[in-house]
Design a protein around this ligand. Sequence first.
Ligand code: AMP
Length: 211
Amino acid sequence: MKSHLIFIGAPGSGKGTQASKFVAGKGFKHISTGDLLRAEILKKSALGLEVKMVMDEGKLVSDELVIRLLQANIDLAASQYIFDGYPRNLAQAQTLDKEVLKGGPSISVYFEIDMTKLVERLTNRRTCGNCGAIYNLISKKPKITGTCDQCGSTNLIQRADDKEEVIKNRLQVFQDTVSPVLKYYQDLGRLLKVDAEKFPDEIFNMISSKV
Ligand code: AMP
């Protein structure tokens, strides 16, 4: 049975970029709880409005709601998954093992990066509203300003929570909650640490060699 991958890293540490590479190059399915929550907001349901208020402050949405959304959107028997943005705390890591993976194999990858670099990365991040391609206005500009290289859409957007004040909260929440998650996987011998400041291809090769 092939291992699922669990990506752990601060916002902006490159999880989404690697996830795209694993989807394109290795046939993984990418499940991002942040994307699932943003889709919920777009529906403008009562639940979506509640979620938006929490996300706009950079706080975490309730564990119970996130696991429900996750379970409803995966089929572990059919695909090898990348979990991106889940787990965010120790309780979620334990729930993922007990209620989702149920003993199935997984490798947790920690994207290590200097936190001070992240504010710059995140304020310059733009995402294609059509196909989801990720750009950075400094390090990975689209070839034609304002136009997606992949699909030609001119809808390159800044996420509402990629504004500087919200970013600082998100990074603080990450730092406050990640240590027990890393310890949990380390103790189980399932943690792989990668230097998130290396080039995306190097990171991809490093993770690929372990899967
Ligand atoms: P992300 O796209 O992973 O950076 O997530 C954006 C926001 O969605 C976070 O700041 C949280 O408000 C919320 N979120 C995403 N994943 C989770 C999770 N596993 N648990 C709780 N909240 C989450």
